[in-house]
Design a protein around this ligand. Structure first.
Ligand code: MG
Length: 242
């Protein structure tokens, strides 16, 4: 009975305070969000983006050993040269918004995971799969739009081989304590060709080919693109620190 009375009292106070409030009581004007100007075209970088590939050169990229980037930059594209290894950004990133476009090479006689495979590794560790999904069955947690071996995409949003595919990725980095223990897991939202394929997916750890995911403490790390043996092309790569 006492509890019920107390609850009634709290409700009465809330209702009374709300009744006396003005609309302005719940509006604020500061701090002002910074002004960011969108790109002229919807896919072009906004004013506060870091351009990672502008179609001209690979000056923002190095090999995983820190050597000069070995992929090709031609016709406005950054193209995987099979056998030269993965490429990393010189800059390190944490929470970010990433825009990246890719095009699968001609299928030739490749199938499944061998057809147009590459990957976008957030913080060099967590792979959003890049794969040709044009009439190319494979395990669904390894298809385009998947978080590799963790989560299949909600839908297959790939169009056709030979067409540019557009990824927009929203990344919340994992947080580790000073003791190295995981405090908050990574979370990702992925949009492919304007269609949501991963909706605030909480990662279980890294994305290994063999074995189960696990976390190991790290801070900001480069963005990494995968050389998986096929000449996947990328273009219009930009990122915003969040
Ligand atoms: Mg891959």
């Amino acid at each position: 009975m006492k509890k019920f009375t107390l609850l009634n009292l709290v409700l009465f106070l809330v209702v009374s305070v709300s009744a006396q409030m003005k609309p302005q009581s719940t509006e604020w004007y500061y701090p002002q969000p910074p002004k960011v100007t969108p790109g002229a075209d919807k896919n072009q970088p906004p004013s506060d983006a870091i351009i990672l590939f502008d179609g001209k050169d690979l000056s923002k990229w190095v090999t995983t050993k820190g050597e000069e980037a070995k992929w090709k930059a031609e016709n406005g594209q950054m193209i995987v040269v099979p056998g030269t290894g993965d490429m990393c950004t010189k800059e390190y990133f944490g929470d970010c918004q990433l825009h990246i476009e890719f095009k699968s090479p001609a299928p030739e006689n490749h199938h499944g995971q061998n057809r147009g495979n590459s990957g976008i590794f957030l913080q060099s560790t967590y792979e959003v799969q890049v794969l040709d999904a044009d009439n190319n069955p494979t395990y669904v947690n390894g298809m385009v739009g998947s978080i590799y071996k963790q989560q299949a995409p909600n839908v297959d949003a790939y169009t056709k081989n030979g067409e540019w595919q557009i990824y927009d990725i929203y990344w919340k980095a994992p947080v580790f304590g000073t003791d190295g223990k995981l405090e908050t897991p990574a979370m990702i939202t992925v949009v492919l060709n304007g269609i949501l394929v991963q909706n605030n997916f909480i990662l279980k750890g890294d994305t290994p080919y063999i074995g189960f995911p696990k976390y190991e403490a790290h801070g900001r790390l480069p963005l990494k693109l995968q050389d998986h043996g096929t000449g996947v092309a990328f273009r219009n790569i930009w990122i915003r620190n969040l």
